[in-house]
Design a protein around this ligand. Sequence first.
Ligand code: NAD
Ligand code: TYD
Length: 330
Amino acid sequence: MNIVVTGGAGFIGSNFIKYILKKYPDYKILNIDKLTYAGNLDNLKEVENNKNYKFVKMDICEREIEDLITGYDVIINFAAETHVDRAIENPEIFLKTDIFGTFNLLEISRKKKIEKYIQISTDEVYGSIENGSFDETSPLNPSNPYSASKASADLLVLSYFKTYKLPVNIIRSTNNYGPNQYPEKFIPLLITNGIDNKFLPIYGDGLYVREWLYVEDNCRAIDLILHKGEDGEIYNVSSGEERENIYVAKKILEILGKPESLIRFVKDRPGHDRRYSIKFEKLKKLGWEPLFKFEDGLEKTVNWYIENEWWWRKIKEGDFKEYYKKHYQI
Ligand code: NAD
Ligand code: TYD
């Protein structure tokens, strides 16, 4: 199988590329990534010389992508602006990349008669739910410019299935965590701050709930949908591993052997979704279940950050420094 992965230099995309190249030695992957602040070729060092892997730096909004993808069967679109806090501060690029970029890839898929287009979406398109869980038929009710852009993209993808019979799938997963996640996101931010004895910023009362999915479990889910997903279908990917943010912070400090006094409650995020929760019965029926308990995946992740300081130290001392100072007002 010849696969185009967009956004493959980011967190989930790079984990997915490494997973696929290892599992299927005869598959070919073309990684197209703009290399924004979140794109990092260090994530792909172990495959950069693999003869089945190729990288091209390009924006998914460029029509010229079309010239690159002759001979490919599948497009999997991971490329997106992904951080809610940045979306609140500067929404425009989210609309460009997450909506227009998706549109561009759909148009190219249609012209090139791609056999499968997979949109990597998010549980955040359903919005917050205090009790119970959403399934794939639940209405979209996004709360911020990131989730609204992702929801818009999902509607476009579905319209290409209905109108043009483009064979598509949409994958909506919960919060991922694991190696190579950019340290603006909650778990890697807390781990790396903890290692450095810096304070762990907790928004609001810390009682917000996320359902945590180890990135390798997500890669297995995407792999299964790639091979067995039914055209036009949406699949939720989740773990049932719901935890309050404050619990996650304490657990990280416990694993690191650091004091809870490092926890600092800070100003809340506007429009902060209280709880995300989704059902994944449909994917279970296809033959998938998560393998990682949260506490086991978290320990593995903390150890990865301890052992791979070379990877995150240059990020935190580079571009990220300015953002951190401004955002957390320190
Ligand atoms: P990330 O921010 O780590 O990586 C995004 C990648 O996309 C980067 O490599 C970046 O350079 C690239 N990119 C951004 N704009 C681009 C453009 N215009 N053209 C080409 N490349 C561009 O993101 P991630 O956490 O790996 O998320 C990947 C996908 O999964 C996203 O679509 C996101 O919405 C979705 N998702 C993420 C999570 C999560 O917890 N991280 C959960 C559910 C869904
Ligand atoms: P995040 O990793 O940004 O993912 P998302 O908002 O897309 O779910 O945040 C996860 C949770 O952690 C969310 O409830 C916001 C919270 N959070 C903090 O409390 N402090 C922080 O510094 C960050 C970045 C997030």
